[in-house]
Design a protein around this ligand. Structure first.
Ligand SMILES: [Zn+2]
Length: 247
């Protein structure tokens, strides 16, 4: 018999319990996923959601991934920041929360930044926390990688989340159209193939969207509209023959 995925029978929030004794149970928790391109304000929204819950006396645990600062935190480009717990692909999120409880800490909700880097199994762990432990989960992540494909964590969140919302906060292509896609730019030219690298959406300003390529090339990311992503056009006036090269 094929094992049933944990959230395969996930009931929507509109389902009414047959017994009608809902008052004896905690309010149903939810798994909510906010997604968008780089620079769309996901981390700012994550910190705002945390703030709103804190003001209601709830206790949250903030999680992130790919933070290279050594002091993990969720930081936004508008200057907000809060300490966070750094995850990796081996972290069992159920154990993480249970360890907090065992140490006497309340965890009413989770804020998960850089959620695109979660494994499918970790997204299933989040769904289990929602369904069996009534922990609300608010996940924030990139939609697609530089190849325009869904990140694995993003795909599983699309499949399992109670609510999926696109964040679109004034991130524009150079042409003024909404920026939808993240282009990887190596030594000034757009590339469409290669490994997906774990790099935080909100690296410190000098490093924002930049990383070191194993070969030593300068790598950065740029948000483009779909048309200019398709054409590989990074700016209004091509400056040379290399500008439109589609590697
Ligand atoms: Zn454009």
């Amino acid at each position: 018999m094929t094992p049933v995925p944990p959230a395969a029978d996930l009931a929507g929030p509109s389902v009414v319990p047959a017994s009608g004794d809902r008052r004896r149970h905690p309010a149903p928790a939810h798994l909510v996923f906010f997604h968008g391109p780089m620079d769309c304000g996901k981390s700012t929204l994550a910190l705002q959601v945390d703030h709103n819950h804190t003001r209601q006396g709830r206790h949250g645990l903030l999680l992130t991934q790919g933070d290279r600062s050594g002091t993990p935190q969720i930081s936004s480009r508008v200057g907000l920041r809060r300490e966070a717990v750094e995850l990796d692909g081996d972290t069992d999120l159920r154990l993480l929360v249970r360890d907090r409880w065992a140490a006497g800490h309340r965890v009413d909700y989770l804020i998960v930044d850089e959620a695109q880097f979660l494994t499918g199994a970790q997204v299933e762990q989040l769904a289990e926390l929602v369904d069996t432990s009534h922990v609300d989960v608010y996940a924030f992540g990139l939609t697609t990688d530089f190849r325009t494909r869904l990140f694995p964590g993003t795909q599983r969140l699309f499949e399992l989340a109670d609510d999926v919302q696109r964040v679109q906060v004034e991130v524009l292509c150079w042409c003024g159209l909404p920026g939808l896609l993240n282009a990887r730019v190596v030594d000034g030219a757009m590339v469409r193939e290669g490994a997906t690298v774990v790099v935080a959406d909100t690296a410190p300003a000098p490093l924002a969207g930049a990383e070191a390529d194993p070969g030593g090339a300068a790598v950065r990311y740029q948000v483009l509209c779909r048309g200019h992503y398709s054409r590989g056009q990074l700016e209004p006036t091509p400056t040379g023959p290399g500008q439109l090269s589609l590697r």
